[in-house]
Design a protein around this ligand. Structure first.
Ligand code: NAP
Length: 315
């Protein structure tokens, strides 16, 4: 007879309230001998559902832990701040709700830029009847920096719509319909092609301020940029300069160095910047709980866990 395994919970209060019933539902539905116990003492916890806003940064009391399952995709706040317990995998969140949300966010803003919906909104407000011919998707090359779970799903949706898509990642990928690049020359190539540039990289020492003045200068004149990766991927001053010079027509930013974005920040009210308040892709608690149970199921079946964070790589 197999022993009951305990799923513990160390997340912030808001997430605690929303994920707990979903974990209980998913654990019951799994048909496995599992209990979700948010009050379990650390030494009884086998799997810890976690985010760093719980305040927990030290795991030595969790003596039989088999995995830490993060509820967020981004892990830059964790890497370097916690010591990953020896031999215990720390997994970032990958779940279909978040992936769908992110790819829909990028598709929406890409279409908006291609058709120039903002122009229609302005002309409507000003009572102006002036025609233009929006380009077709096939005439609008899109670059995606970051071809992981979220970037690859976005690329798949955009190629299905007919956009030529160039993607860039650390290791060279082979993805249906996407022209894949890696390395410095690959980055320059992607930038030079991108009428619309999508940023969906993790924040690491290798990606901080990857979009600086020199890289922005490689974009076609009048390009648009959409960042839902992390704020510090971009040099903010270089971005503002590129909007003034016309190198960039417009930017949509979901993530910022400081969140909430301080009221005095020059991005607020900027006519060429759209701000969304870090909502591009929330963790959806129902599908996230299913993804967590799938990970636990893999472990119980003796299969390797997925999406394990490498603290040296930084993501
Ligand atoms: P992922 O699956 O780990 O993919 C990361 C991608 O970035 C991979 O293709 C990776 O290359 C590439 N990469 C990493 N470092 C690089 C470097 N130095 N040079 C070139 N490419 C590099 O991550 P994900 O699940 O797609 O998530 C990406 C990020 O999105 C998260 O880290 C988080 O910051 C952000 N995010 C934002 C929101 C939001 O609401 N705004 C929501 C969720 C996530 P390899 O393929 O070679 O490893």
């Amino acid at each position: 007879m197999s022993a009951t395994r305990t799923i513990g919970l160390a997340v912030d209060a808001e997430e605690h309230a929303t994920i707990l019933p979903e974990l209980q539902r998913a654990a019951a539905a799994s048909g496995r001998d599992l209990v979700v116990d948010p009050d379990a003492t650390p030494e009884d916890v086998d799997y810890l559902v976690y985010n760093i806003d719980s305040g927990l940064t030290e795991f030595s009391a969790y003596t039989k832990l088999r995995a830490i399952l993060n509820t967020w995709a981004g892990v830059e706040a964790v890497v370097g701040r916690i010591t990953f317990p020896d031999g215990v995998p720390f997994c970032r969140m990958v779940e279909p709700g978040m992936t769908q949300g992110m790819s829909e966010y990028f598709v929406a803003h890409t279409m908006r830029y291609m058709i120039d919906i903002d122009r229609a909104v302005t002309q409507s407000a000003d009572g102006v009847w002036q025609k233009w011919t929006p380009p077709l998707a096939r005439q609008t090359p899109v670059g995606i920096l970051g071809l992981g779970e979220l970037g690859a799903a976005t690329g798949a949706k955009l190629t299905a719509l007919g956009f030529p898509v160039h993607g860039w990642s650390r290791s060279l990928k082979s993805l249906d319909g996407i022209i894949c690049h890696a390395g410095d020359s690959g980055l320059a190539e992607v930038l030079s092609k991108s009428k619309i540039l999508i940023l969906i990289l993790p924040l690491t020492p290798g990606t901080r301020e990857i979009i600086n003045a020199a890289r922005l200068a490689l974009l076609p004149r009048g390009a648009c940029l959409i960042n839902a990766g992390r704020g510090p991927l971009i040099d903010d001053t270089a971005l503002l300069d590129a909007l003034v010079s016309g190198r960039l027509r417009h930017a949509t930013l979901d993530v910022f160095r400081e969140e909430p974005l301080p009221p005095s920040h020059p991005f607020w009210g900027h006519p060429q910047i759209t701000i969304t308040p870090h909502i591009a892709a929330e963790t959806r608690m129902d599908t996230a709980a299913d993804a967590i149970l799938e990970q636990i199921g893999r472990d119980l079946d003796g299969a390797a866990l997925q999406h394990i964070v490498d603290p040296v790589r930084g993501y």
